[in-house]
Design a protein around this ligand. Sequence first.
Ligand SMILES: O=P(O)(O)OC[C@H]1O[C@H](OP(=O)(O)OP(=O)(O)O)[C@H](O)[C@@H]1O
Length: 270
Amino acid sequence: MIQVSAVLNDESVVNVPMQSMVFPGGEVHVSVETVRFAKEIVTTALLTDSQQVMQLLMVKDAINRLYPLLPKRLVMPYVPYARQDRVANPGEALGAKVFCQLVNQLDFSVVEVEDPHSDVVTALLDNVVVKDPLPSLTRLQQRLGAVALVAPDAGASKRVFKLAKGLGVPMLQAEKVRDTQTGQITGSRMQGELPNLPLLLVDDICDGGKTFTALAHEIRRDMQVKGYQQPLYLFVTHGIFSKGLDELCHYFDGVFARHSWISDPRCQLV
Ligand SMILES: O=P(O)(O)OC[C@H]1O[C@H](OP(=O)(O)OP(=O)(O)O)[C@H](O)[C@@H]1O
């Protein structure tokens, strides 16, 4: 989804109407309207597929033509291709670099992203500003009460450590083993002792959800052995939820996200 807005001279923000369609041949068309008294143009892009990436390129061209002299900010919470931040096998492309180069060519004055999957994209993007999910997690923790955060894998470790410190709550580490050829998760387990506390698994992205259901399965088993009856929650910044929420809701007492690709009331936006 892409929206354009304008910050006016009096600091108010107005929506800039735009139309977009796809021709029968598959080509994207966009048309953006003009607003008066604008001092900055903001493009908000929640990019959930490649067609929207093309739409973003077209929108930037349109606003360049309408407002050649104004600063133009991109608010892009999710950075597509950030998960392809290394060449794992010979013959693969470095998707993160390809995508970031594309965004850099658009020459936005500011590129605002949220909780990106990899530091590689923050290094590659020009004029980038990174927002973390601490404000959302603070709101959530106020609702849930005492919790320990769980980093589901090594990749989430640094990020969750910082968030746990910001919230002043304990943090636990889990590990996940993935076969890089097939992408399949082959193992998942907690490190260290399970505390008798509600647990909140925290990560940047939930895609199919296997990372979280596999770990939740292990945690539930450990809890049963120890006789603990604590709730288990999941928070992700970017809820792709490509396999829906049924399986996740089977394992978790609450599923929370900052942004969700799907509209299912069982995922609460925070
Ligand atoms: O919902 P799922 O399908 O299980 O995917 C979710 C996982 O995907 C991302 O990491 P990814 O595995 O892409 O990268 P990493 O191996 O570098 O952590 C993300 O950080 C989650 O940990």
